[in-house]
Design a protein around this ligand. Structure first.
Ligand code: PHE
Ligand code: FE
Length: 284
């Protein structure tokens, strides 16, 4: 079996062109504006402390030094998709594999393979949060175990519905933390404001029985009560859950079970906002 380190390449940061840096900045500006009031506080804080705007495509060594000081994670460049075994080894060692190429200007919104904007802008800010940082490492360890138990399909769904497309509750209303959402302008608005997709409270077993679609905006999101709860629930031993799942059928993406409650789009926007600046017009 190839070792994780065999998949790590050189980022070749000095080879990015001026146009590639400009694409990063354009995507950055658009998403940062859109995510104000939509992404969770941990994500927005991560963007800031890592200075992910910078002057273009980030140098992985530079952001890794900052990230490592915060939570012990580093971002490592890879040439493309990494096989499961190596991917889990990297996560277990607090290394996040990231693609180094950036999408072209003609395809700002359409991506078949994750690029540096998805991988770094989308995933890395959450790794500055100590709880999420622990969750990702635990996922890597859990992945190795799930492979051994033949339950990868169930565990992959957990990654999909949390790390990629997760929403969380906050006092101000649902907020985004999933990388597939925050790195996409369309999915950002769709996830929070479109009435079409269903939004269900996070339930580990329910989630692990639900397939996902990779070719379109999501039709279903799961909302976690908090990162603490996510880590808490997933730190339990999955052996018994996996055993039950062997005998239970999958639940179609569009299906509703008794007890499923769709959290409406009305609830997805803040019910009460504190006034920005709090200024009241003064009569003169
Ligand atoms: N608790 C899981 C297990 O027993 C491991 C895991 C942790 C998986 C966190 C995913 C996320 O296999
Ligand atoms: Fe991703």
């Amino acid at each position: 079996m190839e070792a994780a380190k065999d998949w790590i390449v050189d980022q070749g940061w000095s080879r990015y062109t001026a146009d590639e840096h400009a694409v990063w900045l354009e995507l950055y500006e658009r998403q940062a504006r859109l995510l104000e009031g939509r992404a969770c506080a941990a994500f927005l804080h991560g963007l800031d402390v890592l200075d992910l705007r910078g002057e273009g495509v980030p140098d992985f060594a530079r952001i890794s030094d900052r990230l490592e000081a915060l939570t012990g994670w580093r971002v490592v460049p890879v040439a493309g998709l990494v096989p499961d075994a190596a991917f889990f080894d990297m996560l277990a060692a607090r290394q996040f594999p990231a693609g180094r190429f950036i999408r072209g200007r003609a395809r700002l919104d359409y991506l078949q393979e994750p690029d540096v904007f998805h991988d770094v802008f989308g995933h890395v800010p959450m790794l500055t949060d100590p709880i999420f940082a622990d969750y990702m490492q635990a996922y890597g360890q859990g992945g190795q175990r799930a492979r051994g138990l033949g339950q990868m399909h169930n565990l992959a769904r957990l990654y999909w519905y949390t790390v990629e497309f997760g929403l969380m509750r906050t006092a101000e209303g649902p907020r985004i933390y999933g990388a597939g959402i925050v790195s996409s302008a369309k999915e950002t608005v769709h996830a929070l404001e479109d009435p079409a997709p269903r939004r269900l409270d996070f339930d580990l077993e329910r989630l692990m029985r639900t397939p996902y679609r990779i070719d379109d905006l999501q039709a279903l999101y799961f909302i976690i009560p908090s990162l603490e709860t996510l880590l808490d629930v997933t730190q339990r031993d999955f052996a018994a859950t996996y055993e039950r799942l062997r005998d239970l059928p999958d639940i179609g993406i569009g299906a509703m079970l008794p007890g499923d409650e769709d959290i409406g789009v009305g609830e997805a926007t803040p019910t009460h906002c504190s006034p920005v600046g709090g200024a009241v017009a003064e009569a003169d």
